[in-house]
Design a binder for this molecule. Structure first.
Ligand SMILES: NC(=O)C1=CN([C@@H]2O[C@H](COP(=O)(O)OP(=O)(O)OC[C@H]3O[C@@H](n4cnc5c(N)ncnc54)[C@H](O)[C@@H]3O)[C@@H](O)[C@H]2O)C=CC1
Ligand SMILES: O=C(CO)COP(=O)(O)O
Length: 333
């Protein structure tokens, strides 16, 4: 029998991954925080709030009891928002068995400390195989069975291969690698940059502006990533460029939709409420800017997204300030 997997977090992404695993014949249990949501999912055999279109296979277990779920697992896959990651990890740490692999599909940093999620995992569960599962993957498209490619980057190549094998399906390709930091950085930064392209599109600034922002955004990912030790190939791969393109151009993206709403003049609070799901850029932007300041890297687009999200700069002022920056070489010689 295949390794049992506990998927923690029953939002749209945790649900999609759990269903994918269960359809592949992997014994999978999906844990949700809300008792009512757990009852509803068990009754409807679907996550009617977050991903109604994806019916649960009979074999998928649903639970509200996190301790048993984690104790019974050979792999724990965390899919809660980044703001909930540290507390969840602290909760489950005593129940994780020896050698159990820890994976996460969360995109972002530990808010407040700005630490990478893999640092939290390695600190609490030293010696365990650890992996980030990331890449261009809208839950709704996975639910619809549309072709998707993502990457599993791990400190343990055997664990990466195993997890990728469990996820791999006829319309779901899972690649592997060893650059956790690069993959995490790409997945976090693309959310911030998607707000910028969303703002430009909301202001109807045209396709040239969108392409310019995506490309200069990629430059920001590359500069910060390589300064922190990420591999350029990871940043130019599924976890970086791939997810940047998806999130900056795909209207299913909540981060892009936030930008579009702001660009159209919708107030921040109203835009967040209308989206009604996690919008990671709101917390991630502060950590990205802080991280860049720590290593002395300027990130004009990310910094202006921060001004617009948190410092009362209007989208118009943000874009005008970006355009008014001094002329410079496209990249250092
Ligand atoms: N939806 C997508 O297409 C993708 C999402 N992701 C990432 O997955 C993570 C989760 O996002 P989604 O599932 O999309 O969010 P969502 O907005 O669809 O659902 C959030 C879920 O997290 C749960 N939650 C919130 N606080 C919690 C806590 N303290 N403890 C436990 N559960 C808690 C909520 O009850 C809800 O079930 C994010 O980091 C996101 O960037 C990554 C790839 C694709
Ligand atoms: O990470 C995602 C796709 O890869 C989902 O993006 P949003 O969180 O912007 O919806």
């Amino acid at each position: 029998m295949s390794t049992p997997v506990a998927v923690l977090g029953a939002g749209s992404w945790g649900t999609a991954l759990a269903v994918l695993l269960a359809r592949n014949g992997v014994p999978t249990t999906l844990w949700g925080r809300s008792p009512q949501a757990v009852v509803d999912m068990a009754t409807a055999r679907a996550n009617t709030r977050y991903l109604p279109e994806m019916k649960f296979p009979d074999a998928l277990g649903i639970t509200g009891v996190i301790e048993t779920c984690v104790r019974d697992a050979g792999i724990v896959l965390i899919a809660v928002p980044s703001h909930a990651f540290r507390d969840l990890l602290d909760t489950i740490t005593p129940w994780v068995g020896p050698g159990v692999g820890i994976a996460w599909a969360t995109k972002g940093f530990d808010p407040g400390s700005g630490r990478f999620l893999h640092e939290l995992v390695e600190e609490r569960l030293p010696g365990h195989p650890a992996a980030v599962v990331t890449g261009p993957s809208f839950a709704k498209e996975v639910a619809a069975g549309l072709p998707t490619a993502l990457t599993v980057q791990s400190n343990d190549p055997e664990f990466a291969r195993k997890l990728a094998r469990l996820l791999h399906a006829p319309t779901f390709r899972a690649y592997t690698g060893t650059d956790i930091l690069g993959a995490e950085l790409g997945g976090a930064m693309k959310n911030v940059l998607a707000v910028a392209t969303g703002v430009a599109d909301g202001m109807e600034l045209g396709l040239n502006a969108r392409a310019g922002l995506i490309t200069r955004g990629m430059n920001e990912i590359l500069r910060l990533g390589t300064a922190l030790g990420a591999k350029p190939e990871t940043l130019m791969g599924l976890a970086g460029l791939g997810d940047l393109v998806l999130t900056c151009t795909g209207d299913l993206s909540r981060n892009r939709r936030l930008g579009i709403a702001l660009g159209r003049g919708v107030p921040l609070k109203q835009a967040i409420a209308e989206i009604g799901q996690v919008v990671e850029s709101i917390v991630t932007v502060d950590e990205v800017v802080r991280l860049a300041q720590r290593v002395g890297i300027e990130l004009p687009i990310a910094e202006h997204v921060q001004h617009v999200l948190h410092e009362d700069m209007t989208p118009e002022e943000g874009l005008r300030a970006l355009l008014a920056r001094e002329q410079k070489p496209e990249y250092p010689d």
